[in-house]
Ligand binder design. Structure first.
Ligand code: FAD
Length: 498
């Protein structure tokens, strides 16, 4: 690998990926590297990507963005979880709520106590013990780190926000802090003949932007990592059948709810992301099972309000770039691969890729070990999330369409099969390799989709029947009482905007 000090970093593309990366690099390394970002208004951004997961709070905190400013600037609302409707079966729903459920014991999660009670005939719902779920369904929210006078965690949350406004917000933040922005379409990418390293981007007005390290944030175009370096793509579309989306915005008819809705349909699912000023909607579907026209009709027939934009089709290919970092190009965002937005993980993956790059920053030149480490960590992270997303499809009980029958019958990655088998036999979920989703997230989707565990941890037998019943009653009383005291989500937003 070439050893050359890295002084000039060039980011190609100014979507959410480009501007998050620019803002974070500038915040941490702004004194030691020059950062230039090239974007093209003519090409524009993908314009979707409006639901997030809780670690976005750390991103905003690291960038020094006050929450109230963020909420005002991006028309954001609170997200306490994702409701999955019709996924297990028509008219069935469950939520992947953020935060803890019940009260974990040392070495043994609450889930095992719940399962023991269930096996003894209890009909108590798992989500009765989720503060996030109860608050979400009653449209309540305030900042609450802990349930008062207990050791139990309070509300864990993320945001829904307007992707375009967020991009503009990060752009003005980054440029005011020293990131150089250049407007123009990249027409040619110049490489070193010997090494193949990218040396400069030539714009269609003839301008040339040279650099030492290039970050490909050109979205699904993958201009540097694929079109230039031909890095290769690992296709996962045999596990995740959807390859298209239709996005449309509607007027809000009611106060925004503090959760995302994911509603399964015959050949995929529909999202509803409530913002302050509108609702973001989209239909994710498999073009092998539904035509664009059918998808459009399905979407228009099931909108929560009057459309304010024309539905537009977005095609994607699910999978990962074989190397997220190749030569002196690091792909971040849609250029690095694609997983459908079922669990709102793409923006998070931008955040972790930018952090990983900062941690492994090759200031003294690009080292093969460093690149391998980056690529290995990125691959593992993505594969674990992929498994979690496939889980929703694989565990369906639906047999009412060819799409769902195929999902139910398809073979799945070994890593996922192992997790399902372990859970089924022992009730246990082991979180591996720093994977994003915690045990409680897997438990909710597994239970929600109807997977039954045969056994539970022996520690769940440490309580006798009366103690177990008392634990459940106390927890439920505590959670209901706490939710009753909370202000509404709308009151919270109103307060933040003052
Ligand atoms: C249907 C759908 C729904 C999604 N929903 C969610 C969600 O709810 N939550 C979530 O976390 N993620 C979601 N995502 C993913 C999310 O949208 C992306 O991760 C995020 O927007 C980042 O996109 P990007 O910046 O990589 O690409 P883009 O937004 O496409 O930006 C690419 C940039 O590169 C520039 N560019 C491209 N080619 C050139 C060129 N030749 N010269 C100059 N500039 C160029 C463009 O102008 C643009 O600035 C969704 C994705 C899709 C497709």
């Amino acid at each position: 690998m070439q050893k050359q000090q890295i002084k000039d970093v060039v980011i190609a593309g100014g979507g959410t990926a480009g501007w998050i990366t620019a803002a974070l690099l500038n915040k941490v390394l702004g004194k030691v590297v020059n950062i230039t970002l090239v974007e093209s208004d003519q090409i524009g951004t993908v314009g979707v990507g409006e639901a997030s997961i809780p670690p976005i709070l750390h991103l905003n905190a690291a960038l020094g963005i006050p929450e109230s400013e963020f909420i005002k600037a991006t028309q954001a609302t609170i997200k306490l979880g994702i409701e999955f409707e019709n996924w297990r079966a028509p008219n069935h729903s469950y939520m992947h709520a953020f935060g803890d459920i019940g009260k974990d014991f040392p070495f043994c999660e609450f889930y095992h106590f719940w399962l023991r009670a269930k096996q003894q005939g209890s009909k108590t719902d798992f989500w009765d013990f989720s503060l996030n779920y109860q608050a979400a369904k009653q449209h309540k929210f305030t900042h609450l780190k802990q349930i008062p006078n207990t050791q139990l965690t309070g509300l864990n949350y993320a945001y829904h926000f307007d992707a375009t406004l967020y991009g503009e917000f990060l752009k003005s933040l980054s440029t005011s802090r020293g990131v150089k922005r250049i407007e123009g379409k990249i027409a040619h990418v110049h490489q070193c003949e010997e090494s193949g390293f990218v040396r400069a981007l030539e714009l269609d007005d003839g301008q040339s932007i040279s650099g030492d390290l290039f970050i490909d944030c050109t979205g699904l175009n993958a201009l540097l990592i694929e079109q230039t370096l031909n890095t290769g793509f690992e296709d996962w579309s045999h596990w995740l059948l959807c390859d298209s989306a239709l996005a449309v915005q509607t007027k809000s008819a009611n106060d925004p709810v503090p959760y995302t809705r994911s509603i399964a349909h015959d050949a995929g699912w529909q999202w509803q992301i409530p913002l302050q000023h509108r609702i973001g909607n989209g239909l994710v579907f498999s073009s092998r099972h539904m035509t664009d026209e059918q998808a459009k009709q399905q979407l228009l027939d099931n909108l929560p309000g009057e459309p304010i934009t024309e539905p537009r089709v977005i095609r994607f290919k699910t999978g990962r770039r074989r190397k997220q970092w190749h030569k002196n190009v690091v792909a971040i965002g849609l250029s690095s691969g694609f997983l459908e937005p079922l669990e709102s993980t793409s923006i998070h993956l931008i955040q972790t890729a930018a952090i990983r790059l900062i941690k492994l920053f090759p200031h003294n030149g690009i080292d093969a070990n460093l690149v391998d480490t980056f690529n290995q960590q990125s691959q593992t992270e993505l594969e674990r999330i992929r498994d979690f997303i496939i889980l929703h499809y694989k565990l369906t009980e639906r047999t009412d369409s060819a799409f769902w029958r195929q999902c139910k019958q398809m073979s799945i990655p070994d890593t996922l099969q192992k997790k399902i088998d372990l859970f089924t036999v022992t009730g246990k979920i082991i979180r591996e390799d720093d994977e994003l989703f915690a045990e409680v997230a897997w438990q909710q989707v597994m239970i929600g989709q109807g997977l039954e565990a045969d056994d539970f941890h022996p520690l769940a037998n440490a309580l006798n029947d009366e103690q177990l019943a008392e634990l459940f009653t106390n927890l439920k009383t505590l959670i209901d009482g706490t939710v009753n005291q909370l202000p509404t989500h709308s009151e919270f937003l109103h307060r933040m905007k003052q």
